[in-house]
Design a protein. Structure first.
Ligand code: CA
Ligand code: CA
Ligand code: CA
Ligand code: CA
Length: 473
């Protein structure tokens, strides 16, 4: 300790030449390589030392001051944002370079910190032959506990101070040494092509209609997905991060939920074993190609296991559309399908991720009303269904009748119903169109007109009139 103190006195004298006491010069602190890690690496439980000591990371301090022969000072490094060295540092991790070959030489000894779990490293520098301005100290180090990098765009910062007994030798400096970015980005989007797209009530809701380029009578583009690799690197900081390359192996699943009952009967490839009603247009040709169908398709869910093709999707960065094809027979239900694209990294400490979003809303054109509790003509209660075209345009009105056992049929109730007019149907009228039914029926009324009201009135045997409409007239 005594010897050290005397060094500090000498150092103070030496360094004070050309310096005001206590002042400092601005050195130049740089990190030659600042890797941008994929933020996915920093998931819960991530224990990887992302760069082992000395592998690629270094920081260089270029002296502005020129401590003379016999001077001594401390160089202290501090990792910010909670990061640690990961691998213990020794005096060999700090190297002096006599850049101008003036003969400058120093002895470096490790002082404090430097442990695997430390964020600081303190070195003592004893100057044997005077340092000259521009000479450098280079620290090589590893980095661990870089949890903040889980947030894309975050950085870890390394600070340096050079201090002797009188204060700073050079001014404190700091530099970002690593940062993070999204390694792979997943997106989902609803189809937004301009123009209309609807379930066409003129087809008894079995086909689509509209002016959008994304709609055809039997097919509509619901939305799209993308997978894109950024420019981040994997741990160790050298290998580019790319989905399904290196450590970035993943299971990729697209799940779309909706009502796909009108798509279950579709067979695009002539193979009944494959359900082709929903397909992901991997070839981006707006047409079905073998292998593009959902891996599994039910009335409510379409699932694609994209493991085998995710690499190519991510490499291309292409926007891939999800198509829904209908059989033209089954009623298409109004809905807004939703989608989830999940990426499950093989390394359990990588942060799994997913994108969730709604696809295109599928709604009918025109107006739909429902009436309930319709008795057949054989009973004593007499039903009257009154349909009001409350709009200023003419249009065809269709009915879909369900009895207690399910769908009875669909029929045109009024062809080209004039604006502002009313039509009345008795149970007998409906039986002519749909056939007879047992018990009480319900009817969905679809009209190619912008506004319509439907009332269901029942006159019982005593002449009392009851409004069975679901809403007040
Ligand atoms: Ca020198
Ligand atoms: Ca990501
Ligand atoms: Ca098929
Ligand atoms: Ca295709």
């Amino acid at each position: 300790m005594k010897k050290f103190f005397s060094y500090l006195v000498v150092a103070a004298v030496a360094i004070s030449v050309g310096l005001l006491p206590g002042s400092s010069k601005a050195g130049d602190f740089t990190a030659p390589l600042v890797p941008t890690f994929a933020n996915e690496i920093f998931g819960t439980g991530s224990a990887a030392t992302i760069v082992p000591s000395g592998e690629i990371l270094s920081a260089v301090y270029r002296m502005a001051a020129a401590p003379g022969d016999g001077a001594a000072f401390m160089i202290e490094f501090t990792l910010n944002q909670g990061a640690t060295w990961g691998t213990a540092l020794t005096e060999l991790n700090l190297v002096f370079n006599d850049v101008d070959t003036s003969g400058s030489s120093v002895t470096i000894s490790r002082s404090l910190g430097c442990g695997v779990d430390d964020s600081t490293a303190k070195f003592r520098v004893d100057v044997t032959i005077a340092i000259t301005t521009g000479d450098t100290f280079t620290l090589t180090y590893g980095i661990d506990d870089a949890d903040p990098l889980a947030t894309a765009g975050a950085a870890i910062n390394l600070a340096i101070t050079l201090r002797d007994g009188l204060g700073d030798v050079d001014s404190a400096e700091n530099v970002d040494i690593v940062n993070s970015a999204d390694g792979t980005t997943e997106t989902l989007a609803a189809s937004v092509e301009p123009g209309t797209c609807y379930i066409d009530v003129a087809t008894a809701n079995t086909n689509f209609g509209g002016t959008s380029t994304d709609v055809d009578s039997a097919e509509v583009i619901l939305g799209s997905i993308t997978l894109a690799n950024g420019t981040a690197v994997e741990d160790h900081g050298l290998t580019p991060w790319a989905l399904n390359a290196g450590d970035a192996l993943a299971t990729v699943i697209l799940t779309v939920t909706g009502d796909f009952s009108a798509s279950l009967g579709v067979d695009m490839d002539g193979d009944a074993a494959t359900a082709d009603g929903l397909y992901l247009d991997l070839f981006t040709n707006r047409a079905y190609d073998a292998g593009e169908e959902a891996t599994t398709l039910t009335a409510t869910t379409a699932i694609w296991d994209l493991g085998p093709v995710a690499t190519a999707i991510a490499a291309s960065g292409a926007t891939i559309n999800v198509h829904m094809v209908v059989d033209g027979i089954t009623e298409i239900m109004e809905q807004t399908p939703s989608a989830t694209l999940t990426v499950d990294w093989t390394d359990v400490t990588y942060a799994d991720e997913s994108a969730i979003g709604d696809f295109r809303e599928l709604a009918k054109n025109g107006t739909t009303r429902n009436v309930y509790n319709i008795p057949g003509s054989a009973g004593s209660d007499q039903a009257y269904i009154r349909i009001y075209n409350t709009s200023s345009v003419a249009g065809t009105v269709r009915g879909t009748l369900y009895d207690e056992t399910g769908l009875l049929g669909t029929a045109v109730l009024v062809s080209d119903m004039p604006a502002g007019t009313t039509q009345v149907f008795s149970a007998a009228n409906l039986e002519t169109l749909f056939g007879t039914w047992d018990g009480r029926a319900r009817m969905m009324v679809d009209a190619e007109i912008p506004s319509m009201e439907v009332m269901a009135l029942i006159r019982n045997a005593t002449g009392t009139l009851t409004n069975m409409s679901p809403m007040a007239p």
